[in-house]
Design a protein around this ligand. Structure first.
Ligand SMILES: *Cc1c(COP(=O)(O)O)cnc(C)c1O
Length: 476
């Protein structure tokens, strides 16, 4: 029984590429945020699968008919929520090719070009962000996975035989503790849950007025734990926190890690790519003292989901934690090559490095850096507008491309301000022109605007500001 015929594939493939080009070119005709209720899309899909095959053209038509109004358009320049992740056309082409090869990079032998292109791209990207040569890189799906592997490595380094004996039912194990700031991403706690450290295995350290982990408080917590026979093993520093994009002082945290012999992991999922910009080199201060670092090109480097890069200067420990080779996966070249399955929990892996190869070659390092730099400049300009408007205020510094602010017309209590800003955000997102998200900073409801789309131009930021100002004055 055959696959789709080459003629049919070519015809529909061209049609789909045309559809994608048209979609991206006219994306502003859609609202950025989907306007459907829970269950609306599910209702449109038949409850049982088709017994007989259907024409693929019918499926393509149904993308417009059944799905499109349930899509939140991450590629829309009005999408300024969370950390916007946008796909670029070279990245889309690479995804198509990846599906065509369908190569599984579990072993070198199962596709030598897969393993070696990934190695080459890790070497390129390492240089792009200015890391020394002793950092080895691998691609995982998400930062959550990358950080989980960092925590697993930190634990493996303790030589507690956890790989062999696990953690349960053992009275020879101390309680282990990991430290991160109150503003660290939830993925760190999820990693701790996954690895059996538990949420209580994570201690959240308070932050200063600029939302940076206070090093003295970290050292205090470590000392206190040691005095109670709890074993500190890992510190996660965040370079670009999720709420405010604050940057922990890696240099100071690294000194503490050195003193107490702790694994230092840097979560730079969002902001790490800014290291490509010559004027932003300060963000990498202290990185050469880290044991591991995660950066997500799928956040701010125009790479379609998903692609997270994990660097470590101790790949041997990662391998020691995870390598397990059954007979059927042994090959004759195992001594000469790197088999990527040895460096994590997954066996099968997608050919993600193609996306980096296409994107870095198409835009060039300067082209990528320039685009990211423009976003930072636009965010600073937006922050200036906020600062110069009497009834608005910034609620956090703006080191990158995310601005935290609120409407504050004066004379209102904190509680009233929270209510009015929550209402304002709701109105903004109902306007169908922009999509913003929020956070809470010291109990204050905070509106967050992020710039980072490959389609962001100054006019979009200006329009967003007009919408925000107009709606603010109508909710008050
Ligand atoms: C987005 C983000 C994450 C999680 O990234 P995923 O790739 O979605 O797992 C982790 N840490 C920080 C700082 C982030 O901004």
């Amino acid at each position: 029984m055959p696959d789709m015929s080459p003629d049919e594939f070519t015809k529909n493939g061209h049609k789909l590429v045309d559809w994608i080009a048209d979609y991206l070119n006219n994306i502003e005709k859609y609202p950025p945020l989907a306007n459907v209720s829970p269950g609306d899309i599910l209702k449109r899909i038949p409850q049982t699968p088709p017994k007989n095959g259907e024409d693929i053209e019918k499926v393509l038509v149904d993308v417009d008919k059944l799905l499109i109004d349930g899509i939140t358009h991450w590629n829309h320049p009005g999408f300024m929520a969370y950390f916007n992740s946008t796909s670029s056309m070279p990245g889309i082409l690479a995804e198509l090719l990846s599906a065509a090869f369908n190569a599984n990079g579990m072993l070198w032998k199962t596709s030598p070009a897969f393993t070696e292109l990934e190695k080459a791209m890790m070497n390129w990207f390492r240089q792009m962000v200015g890391l020394p040569e002793n950092y080895w890189g691998i691609i995982y799906d998400t930062a959550s996975t990358s950080s989980m592997h960092a925590i697993a490595s930190a634990r493996e380094q303790l030589n507690l035989c956890i790989r062999e004996n696990g953690m349960t039912g053992r009275n020879d194990l101390p309680k282990l503790r990991l430290y991160c700031s109150e503003h660290a991403h939830s993925s760190i706690e999820k990693g701790a849950i996954t690895l059996g450290l538990g949420l209580n295995g994570v201690k959240k350290i308070p932050v200063d007025e600029n939302f940076r982990m206070i090093p003295e408080k970290l050292e205090q917590a470590i000392k206190e734990d040691i005095s109670k026979n709890v074993k500190p093993f890992c510190v996660v520093a965040t370079v670009g926190t999720t709420s405010t994009t604050s940057v922990d002082s890696v240099e100071e945290l690294a000194a503490i890690c050195e003193k107490y012999d702790l694994w230092l992991h840097i979560d730079a999922a969002y902001a790490g790519v800014t290291a490509m910009i010559p004027e932003m080199k300060w963000v990498t201060s202290g990185w050469d003292k880290a044991d591991s670092i995660v950066i997500n090109p799928h956040k701010w480097m125009f790479t379609p989901m998903d692609l997270s890069i994990y660097f470590t200067c101790k790949p041997d420990i990662l391998k020691r934690a995870f390598s397990l080779v059954p007979e059927y996966l042994k090959t004759q070249v195992d001594d000469e090559v790197e088999n990527l399955m040895d460096y994590g929990i997954q066996l099968g892996r997608r050919f993600r490095s193609l996306k980096l190869w296409f994107i870095i070659r198409y835009f060039g390092v300067d082209g990528l850096a320039e685009r990211i730099k423009i976003h930072i400049t636009l965010a600073k300009e937006f922050a200036d507008w906020i600062n110069n408007e009497k009834d608005f205020e910034l609620l956090a510094p703006v080191p990158f491309s995310t601005v935290c602010f609120r409407y504050n017309p004066g004379g209102l209590s904190e509680e009233e301000l929270n209510q009015i800003n929550e209402k304002l955000l709701d109105e903004i997102n109902k306007s169908k022109t922009i999509f913003l998200s929020h956070t809470k900073l010291n109990g204050r409801f905070t509106i967050r605007l992020t710039i980072g789309s490959i389609r962001h131009e100054r006019r979009h930021i200006f329009q967003a500001w007009e919408v925000i100002k107009t709606l603010a004055r109508s909710v008050s």
